[in-house]
Design a protein around this ligand. Sequence first.
Ligand code: R5P
Length: 293
Amino acid sequence: MMIVTTCGNSIGIARKLASQLNAKYSPLTIASFPDGDAYLRFNIELKDQTVVIVQSFQPHPDMSFFDILFAAETAKDLGAKRVVLVAPYLAYMRQDVRFHPGECVSSRVMAKLLSSSVDRIITIDTHLHRYKSLREIFKISAQNLTANNILADYIQRKVKDPVIIGPDGESYQWAESIAQRINAEVTVLEKTRLSSRHVEVKVKKQVPLKGRNVVIVDDIISTGHTMIEAAKEALKANAKSVVGIGVHGLFVENAIVKMKKAGFSSIVTTNTIENSTSAIDVSQLLLTELRKE
Ligand code: R5P
């Protein structure tokens, strides 16, 4: 028997997965004591069950991480046979190297702690840049699924004759695969990150954008600056419209407002982080993997 639970994020996905898998859906009770310590409680018998914790690391990455660790350890303590973590958005992956002396390589620490608490992790389009695969940091079974095909299908349905732009070198992986699936032109820009809130982008390979519907695709939209700088280039080249599509919509510091002001005609993400832009559902992707449990 499978039990699907969540610590409060990804409720929509958790419910869908439970219903499609004929599993019991039972969210954890999450609260905090007056001093701020976390309080968690399972509301269902877990003995000999497979427990699937569905929890994105946004909003509140630190709290989500702690909640997952507490939940996984408690599930084992209560006799669960197996604990699977479905983290549609996995945080900390961008800190994959010590950029400056003394820094914490948080992705490694996160993976080490999760590897000791859960038996398997499934995530979607996690930020793999310097790591080639999750196996470099996780000691457990770890799957990184991709939403490329569902993003491509969405673009094909909604945007007429699109040109795909990847805003930086790393984005070639998804920009090119999306463009290939829908037979669209593609160009990848060159980005220099000057700080967390300041990026510069340059066009490397010119494709004609005048009068075209441009779709900028990225894995993460955080402050929105990467998207905004890429949109400026498209608008400078007289694009007819600019759509911003991200897998994970973090949208910190009023990013949506800033992006709209910069001229985006629409901003769309998947529901790996559930918010007002989540028009693309990733549940089916996850279901295929969970059916193997
Ligand atoms: C980083 O390289 C990622 O692929 C994204 O481009 C980045 O996380 C976007 O961040 P922001 O929205 O803050 O520019």
